[in-house]
Design a protein. Structure first.
Length: 73
């Protein structure tokens, strides 16, 4: 089955679950590598004003984070 690159990109961008976003990105990257994504738009471009983000990020107190040194990347 051939997928549309633009629809695939939109699906990845709009996904608000990080694990699903990563899975979708890897799925479509494999399809791209195997020439199973087409570059033909099937509809007009959609303006993305609010990309998918996690619903509620976990907030962590600064004192719970590991200490970083000058050489830490």
């Amino acid at each position: 089955m051939t997928h549309n690159l633009y629809e695939a990109a939109y699906e990845c961008i709009m996904c608000n679950n990080i694990d699903n976003k990563l899975e979708l990105t890897l799925k479509y990257e494999k399809l791209w590598q195997s020439d199973n994504l087409v570059l033909h738009a099937t509809s007009a471009p959609i303006k993305i004003t609010n990309p998918g983000r996690p619903i509620k990020p976990e907030l962590v107190s600064p004192d719970k984070l590991p200490k970083r040194g000058i050489g830490t990347q």
